[in-house]
Design a protein around this ligand. Structure first.
Ligand SMILES: [Zn+2]
Length: 158
């Protein structure tokens, strides 16, 4: 039976994104956004169990984004057990993370692609987007113009 507080309780749907080209999975986890939450906020959480390369060209947003990676060793939160490669800026400056990391991506900062290059044991990836209806996602380089995730990826709600 519903109560007046039910509106404050949400169960994030299970979403899977896979590449139409080769079926590789780039997101398989729980994702909930502003439509459900009624707030300019989206959060995705997934366990990464094997390396993957997101087909996500360098892009910018008109909102703040955070992406974080954590290990899953309950004995030691700083034990990461994986390797993440991430690119910043128009120079595509390459960074390699081998410890728990959060990247803060202000509006307009070019970022990606993203690649998980090593997974010794599952790692957790959390992405947070502070955006609502008007959120944008623009490929940064001319060569990627017109990139549309909906065209190259399957979106499945499980
Ligand atoms: Zn982004």
């Amino acid at each position: 039976m519903g109560t007046k507080y039910d509106q404050y309780i949400h169960h994030p749907p299970h979403l899977r994104l896979s590449m139409k080209s080769n079926g590789s999975v780039v997101f398989d986890g729980l994702m909930i956004g502003h439509q459900q939450l009624g707030y300019d906020f989206t959060i995705g959480h997934q366990f990464v169990t094997k390396p993957f390369k997101g087909d996500n060209p360098c892009h910018t947003h008109n909102f703040q984004e955070f992406i974080a990676w954590y290990g899953t060793n309950p004995e030691d939160p700083k034990d990461f057990g994986g390797e993440v490669v991430f690119y910043f800026g128009e120079e595509m400056e390459k960074h390699v993370f081998t410890q728990p990391t959060i990247v803060s991506l202000p509006p307009g900062l070019p970022h990606c692609p993203l690649e998980i290059t090593r997974v010794d044991r599952p790692i957790i990836q959390v992405e947070i987007m502070l955006c609502g209806e008007g959120g944008t996602r623009e490929p940064y380089f001319e060569k990627d113009a017109g990139f549309d995730p909906r065209k190259v990826m399957n979106f499945e709600i499980l």
